[in-house]
Design a protein around this ligand. Structure first.
Ligand SMILES: [Fe+2]
Length: 334
């Protein structure tokens, strides 16, 4: 039987179409779930350092830093859909190569960024005129809208991790970028120690040295119980996280340690700093070595295992402060 306009269902269908033409929609068109929790679209991912490094060095043969602006190889997650792919829906991790004598010229942007040095040395990142020496294991912050440039004055290539909140800033349509008038800023001060890296009266630090981080982490490991996660979080003196949108940290896996399965509403992007081990994400096991990178999707059960007789260390980036700021952070341990 064909529906007529006397049929209430047909009248509703006609009404729905009328609303649609007026750029409106009735809430009755949506299915209301009785229960909901995050189901991550992200893929759990693993990249090997040997591959990452080889691709990065090949990029050094094929493109100059002048042509590229920044010569980075970016981690891409096929679960991020939209106009661009990123490492996760909020944070991006990339690997940057600067060859001897090269300058990555000065600019600023509203995206917050961190640099974590993988290998090399004798290179400086200048932030707002403060020139920070870059050595393996160092973390340097370039908070949003701070001028920054990089120069490699050594004889060796340098490789570091770039971590940015660019997917979030793009999603919020909040990106501003400006080039500095000169290729480099004028250097006001050289910074080589953590004490020198403290900025301004609010006591933020933009510089965390690798050896100090390592010592703090090992000290924490000495006093921690066996069933406790040993995690050093890069925070400012007053407890604020690394950046408003990003918490960086270093996790120690003691010999034989297997961590408690956990899931968080935040994403985790890991760079394995030392040792080797296995990370189990949902039902997939990733066996990793030094330098490998991993993505742990949000709200996904995962744990780490170190079956070796050596310590393992995992550098990570998380969007936890962002989620905490708007009441969305949750964590469960099994
Ligand atoms: Fe930048």
């Amino acid at each position: 039987m064909t529906a007529t306009s006397d049929d209430p269902r047909s009248a509703l269908a006609e009404f729905d179409e009328e609303l649609q033409r007026a750029s409106l929609q009735g809430h009755w068109k949506m299915e209301l779930p009785k229960f909901m929790e995050p189901r991550s679209r992200l893929h759990a991912m693993h990249w090997r350092w040997s591959d990452l490094r080889e691709y990065l060095m090949r990029s050094g043969d094929l493109i100059t830093v002048n042509d590229a602006g920044r010569r980075t190889v970016q981690l891409m997650n096929p679960g991020v859909t939209g106009p661009r792919q990123w490492t996760t829906h909020t944070l991006q991790m990339s690997f940057q190569l600067v060859l001897p004598g090269e300058i990555a010229t000065a600019h600023r942007h509203t995206m917050n960024a961190i640099r974590f040095v993988m290998e090399g040395g004798g290179t400086f990142t200048t932030v707002e005129g403060e020139s920070f020496l870059m050595e393996p294991g160092d973390l340097i912050l370039t908070p949003g809208w701070t001028w920054h440039d990089h120069i490699n004055e050594s004889e060796e290539p340098i490789v570091w991790i770039d971590g940015l909140d660019v997917p979030l800033v793009f999603a919020l349509n909040g990106a501003f970028i400006e080039e500095f008038a000169q290729p480099q800023q004028q250097v006001k001060r050289m910074v080589r120690t953590e004490a020198d890296g403290t900025q301004g009266p609010d006591g933020t630090t933009w510089y965390f040295k690798g050896p100090e981080t390592r010592h703090r982490l090992l000290d924490m490991g000495q006093s921690a119980r066996r069933d406790e996660d040993v995690v050093y979080e890069y925070r400012h003196a007053d407890g604020r996280p690394t950046l408003p949108t990003m918490l960086c940290g270093m996790q120690l896996l003691r010999p034989g340690e297997v961590t408690v399965p956990t899931r968080r509403t935040s994403v985790g992007i890991y760079s394995m700093v030392g040792g080797n081990g296995t990370t189990v994400v949902a039902d997939t096991s990733f066996t990793w070595d030094r330098g490998d990178a991993l993505v742990v999707p949000n709200w996904t059960w995962h744990h780490h295992e170190n079956h070796s007789s050596e310590d393992a260390m995992l550098f990570f980036m998380s969007d936890r402060p962002l989620l905490e700021g708007i009441g969305l952070y949750r964590e469960e341990r099994s």
